[in-house]
Design a protein. Structure first.
Length: 179
């Protein structure tokens, strides 16, 4: 028993026995070699593919962002051009409207002048017609009255016309002198 105790005392419980250590080391090298030969290339292949996809995605995203930026600049340029064109069209329409207003105003003024001139001509014609009709009526009344006063008939047209003209001329002279 002493020997067992002595052997037990010389063995360190933290250090495994040598044959177990050698078998464990050989098993570790076999498993590590298997993993290094079979599994590690597959893992590296998958990681490389993934890295390429990520890098390709980043490049595609940068390309898309660059393209989007150029499209945005084009849209901004088109928008600025459209605004400029709209302002030009608005100004042109305003100028055309002003010109049209002036043209319509001038046409209205011309028509007004024509209407006024036609009205004056009509008034003058009506005044002459009324004056002529009045002369005839006054002349007729004057000759009738003169015929009654004188006691003779003044039916002679030439005499009647001279008498009327003389009478009306005297009335017009008196009216102008009164002014």
């Amino acid at each position: 028993m002493n020997l067992l105790v002595l052997a037990a005392e010389t063995e360190n419980p933290l250090v495994p026995p040598i044959p177990e250590l050698v078998i464990g080391l050989i098993a570790f090298v076999i498993v590590f070699g298997f993993l290094a030969k079979k599994l590690l290339p597959n893992i590296n292949k998958v990681l490389d593919e993934r890295r390429e996809q990520i890098e390709g995605g980043i490049e595609k995203a940068e390309a898309a962002q660059t393209e989007a930026q150029s499209v945005l600049e084009q849209y901004k340029a088109q928008l600025a051009e459209a605004r400029h064109e709209a302002a030009r069209l608005r100004q042109e329409a305003l100028e055309q409207g002003t010109a049209l207003k002036e043209e319509l105003r001038a046409e209205g003024q011309r028509q007004r002048e024509e209407i006024i001139a036609a009205g004056h001509a009509q008034i003058e014609a009506d005044r002459k017609a009324a004056s002529h009709a009045l002369r005839q009526d006054v002349g007729k009344l004057a000759t009738d009255l003169a015929g009654k006063l004188v006691g003779e008939s003044l039916e002679d047209a030439a005499r009647q016309s001279r008498t009327i003209d003389r009478f009306l001329s005297e009335l017009e002279e008196k009216a102008e002198a009164a002014r």
